[in-house]
Design a protein around this ligand. Structure first.
Ligand code: B3K
Ligand code: ZN
Length: 856
């Protein structure tokens, strides 16, 4: 089966043909949309190769070369494409296909989201619309005419500028769009529907007046304000930070409810999951607001990093994604608390990317072998990819990095290029040698740093030795050593004064010596998490406590606390009755009473996530870890009850705060609540917060506390919530999520009922993730229960999704393929389910690739 063969980076070849223009006409119909495509095609090079176009799930109606209509014997048609043995070097190709948007539950290509038509073409969805050279290095100028019923679809949208519109017979109308920027087909978009429209405008630094338009479901207009404000902030930020201004006269965003991922950066016409557009304080949490700002910015930033300069091939995906994630992270840091934003980035990396990098689907940020491209929109390509860009930023400095960006656009604007092209521009502009650094693009696995220190009191010398090791723990050979920036600070134990420095680790092992220390200093290592590595460094509890209070870098202050907490979680996993030291209470009460930014204090008080600790303990028994987390939480709650309660009430009474202060205040209040809720008598406190809550952040914090502690009022609280919100899809998702995370022995009966709930639909990716995904990630106690029922539940849902939406199925399978993280009995139970899935007939390419990686 040719469609299931992997592709290799090493096999890249320039396309035998180019397409310079494509003129599309869509006659929209739910089950039979007609697509006419007229292309100018030209042979590249001198060969006589046939023209091989990609196409899937299409009905071919006709093919014409120039004026000549081809007959079926003039071409070869298969399930994956259309091959035409053409002789001419330059010709016009006209292809007419028919597609069925209604039945397209995979949500790739042209599909229906509710009553609206919309598209998703990245990575290889355009081939589900028409036969084409579906690869990012084929860049054409697109003109698109959309025809549909005028009443049902008053808005007909596509990329670029509107060039014509008019009435047609039978109640139809049309709009024609032209995008002057040549682009790969993955950036094509079409939307048709009836929406409410939020309009605004932005004057760019180049004096271009840009119309900003956000299309949302009817009745949701007020909920688009935050997205609009975020868009304008992102536009201004990119002008200030990188001198990058927007380049068309219109920028449109459409929010839809059925979408496989967060959003898509189609040129001039972003399509968004409504989760990353719609918000008001009543229905969205502070985290939702933060994420909307980040995703709006991310897609906007793609206009330069992704659209103006795109990828030569899909193996280069991190060229646009790693860089754009880095840009959105910097933006979020500037718009919010830098330190808290950074902490969130690191949490994601440690709890999810490290596991991916240690699992069967581990790949370098530039993968070398791919079967299903959609499987490579990963935490590694995105988040680790961003860390790699951040390291370049650290090594070059902000100014050197900005120069590198400028050179990158000077060299490659309008082109499809490689990761090496990017790194070369950075190196050339800054004169920093990045030859060794490039290994980050081809090595998978999380590097380990082993750190040791010694102090010579006679000579007043402090020595710090760092060695680098690969995933397996072996010392890296000189040929495989990475170039690792290690930002650090030495804190003088007496004066508390710190000395900051950037160390560059390039060899298997290096030692640095620091002079004039009267006493052994305390080292704050990896400031701002300057490299995506794991660190083995046995610092004493006392040293960690010094760092928690005195390190200059906020990330290091937080990280020291996390290390301390992880240390005791490990002890509790090995020995559930382990007596936790009173010193933990002392240090955390100091943290609670320290006058820091409340949002930061909330982070310091947050326990390491289940996934972070799983990654630190070899073949952990997941239930031992669940219990360790419960024990530690209870211990801290009891020991800190008074200051936690004081802090809670203090936060609850604060008024007249700025928007940002109020967010921090809520974060602190709600982390206090999460501790206090484990103590006897919590019901009253949780119920009181629930009844007085004036926003979704406080409401959800109370409901989560109720679910985690299985409080008696849980069911009545949830049904009140459901009656209030059953008409608001994004809040219904939250309702399913809280239900799925309930700590109750009847959870499987509840899950079965939830799957049958009238508001549940497995065809809606948000809904599927809200129930199935949430059970898996937010309910470790039952997902990992000894009977294996949790794994079986997940496998059953994946089996259903395999046929409906392979992309969603493939994302949900992650915890099962990472079975090696757990103890041997869990491994057996997970393997059983993987084998059941592997035996399914009609297994999608997405699942097949992962199952084979996991089982071989
Ligand atoms: N580029 C898209 C992701 C497409 C995923 C295809 N399976 C969104 C983004 O990263 O901005
Ligand atoms: Zn992106």
């Amino acid at each position: 089966m040719s469609e299931f063969t992997p592709r290799y980076l090493a096999d890249y070849q320039v396309s035998a043909f180019t397409i310079s223009t494509i003129d599309l006409t869509f006659e929209l119909d739910d089950t039979a949309t007609k697509v006419t495509s007229v292309m100018s095609v030209k042979r590249q090079g001198s060969g006589e190769e046939p023209l091989v176009l990609d196409g899937e799930h299409l009905t071919l109606l006709s093919v014409k070369i120039d004026q000549c209509l081809l007959s079926a014997s003039d071409y070869y048609l298969s399930a994956t494409g259309l091959e035409i043995p053409v002789r001419a070097d330059e010709f016009q190709l006209t292809i007419v296909t028919e597609i069925n948007p209604q039945d397209n539950t995979a949500l790739e290509g042209l599909f229906k989201s509710g009553d609206a038509f919309c598209t998703q073409c990245e990575a290889e969805g355009f081939r589900r619309i028409t036969y084409y050279l579906d690869r990012p290095d084929v860049m054409a100028v697109f003109t698109s005419k959309v025809i549909a019923d005028k009443i049902k679809y008053p808005y007909l949208l596509s990329n670029g500028n509107k060039i014509a519109s008019g009435e047609l017979d039978n109640g139809k109308h049309f709009v024609q769009w032209h995008d002057p920027f040549p682009k790969p087909c993955y950036l094509f978009a079409l939307v048709a529907g009836d929406f409410d429209l939020l309009q605004d405008s932005y004057l760019t630094s180049e004096n271009r007046e840009v119309a900003l338009e956000i299309f949302v479901d009817k009745g949701n207009l007020a909920k688009a304000e935050h997205a609009m404000a975020s868009l304008k902030n992102a536009m201004a930020w990119d002008e200030e930070t990188f001198s990058l201004a927007y380049d068309l006269d219109i920028y449109m965003i459409v929010a839809v409810d059925f979408f496989n991922m967060g959003a898509m950066e189609n040129k001039g016409l972003n399509v968004f999951n409504s989760k990353y557009v719609l918000a008001d304080t009543e229905s969205a949490t502070d985290v939702d607001y933060y994420n909307i700002e980040a995703v709006i910015a991310h897609e906007y930033f793609h206009n330069w990093t992704g659209n103006r300069v795109t990828c030569r091939d899909w193996f280069q995906l991190s060229l646009k994604e790693g860089l754009t994630v880095f840009r959105d992270q910097q933006f979020s840091g500037d718009m919010n608390s830098k330190t808290v934003s950074r902490i969130q980035n690191v949490r994601v990396l440690r709890s999810q990317q490290f596991a991916e990098d240690a699992g069967p689907m581990a790949h370098p940020i530039r993968p070398e072998k791919v079967m299903e491209m959609n499987n490579f929109y990963t935490l590694t390509v995105y988040e680790k990819g961003s860390e790699v860009i951040r390291m370049i930023h650290t090594l070059l400095g902000a100014e050197g990095f900005a120069k590198g960006m400028a050179l990158y656009f000077e060299r490659f604007d309008g082109m499809a290029v490689t990761c090496d092209d990017f790194v070369n521009a950075m190196a050339d502009a800054s004169k920093v040698d990045l030859t060794q650094f490039k290994r980050w693009y081809s090595q998978s696995g999380t590097p380990h740093l082993k750190v040791s220190e010694s102090f010579d009191p006679e000579a007043n010398l402090y020595h710090l030795t760092i060695s680098q090791h690969n995933q397996a723990g072996e010392l890296s050979s000189p040929q495989s050593c990475l170039h690792i920036p290690v930002k650090m600070e030495l804190i003088d134990a007496d004066s508390g004064i710190g000395q900051q420095q950037l160390l560059e680790l390039t060899a298997p092992e290096q030692t640095w010596t620091f002079e004039h220390y009267q006493a052994k200093p305390v080292v704050a290592l990896l400031e701002d998490f300057s490299a995506p590595v794991k660190v083995d460094f046995e610092q004493t509890d006392l040293a960690l406590e010094v760092l928690m209070l005195a390190a200059s870098d906020g990330f290091c202050r937080w990280d020291a606390g996390q290390k301390l907490l992880s240390r005791y979680l490990h002890k509790l996993v090995l020995e559930p009755g382990y007596a936790l030291p009173a010193s933990l209470i002392t240090i955390f009460s100091k943290i609670l009473q320290k006058d820091s930014d409340p949002a930061f204090t909330a982070e310091q008080l947050t326990l390491p996530a289940f996934g972070e600790v799983v990654d630190q303990i070899h073949q952990v028994d997941p239930l031992a870890l669940v219990n360790a987390l419960k024990t530690l939480k209870g211990f801290l709650a009891k020991g800190l009850q008074e200051p936690l309660s004081a802090c809670y009430h203090n936060c609850a009474e604060k008024t007249a705060l700025s928007h940002q202060q109020a967010i921090g205040n809520r974060a602190l209040k709600n982390i206090c609540l999460s501790y206090l809720a484990v103590l006897p008598g919590a019901d009253t406190l949780v119920a009181a917060q629930l009844s007085s809550a004036a926003n979704m952040t406080d409401t959800l914090a109370a409901l989560n506390a109720s679910a985690y502690n299985n409080l008696p009022a849980f069911d009545s609280q949830m049904s009140a919530f459901e009656s209030k919100w059953h008409d608001t899809p994004l809040v219904v998702d939250k309702w399913f999520t809280i239900n799925a995370s309930l700590n109750s022995d009847d959870i499987f009966e509840r899950l079965a009922a939830l799957l049958k709930h009238p508001l549940f639909s497995i065809k809606n990716p948000n809904r599927a993730r809200a129930l199935i995904g949430a059970f898996v990630s937010a309910n470790p106690q039952y997902f990992h229960c000894q009977s294996g029922r949790g794994y079986q539940f997940l496998a059953e849902q994946i089996k259903r999704l395999n046929e409906i939406n392979p992309q969603v199925a493939s994302r949900l399978i992650t915890p099962l393929i990472q079975y090696k993280e757990y103890d041997l009995s869990r491994q057996q139970l997970m393997l059983e389910q993987l084998k059941v899935l592997r035996a399914l007939p009609q297994l999608s390419k997405d699942l097949l690739e992962k199952l084979d990686a996991a089982l071989n």
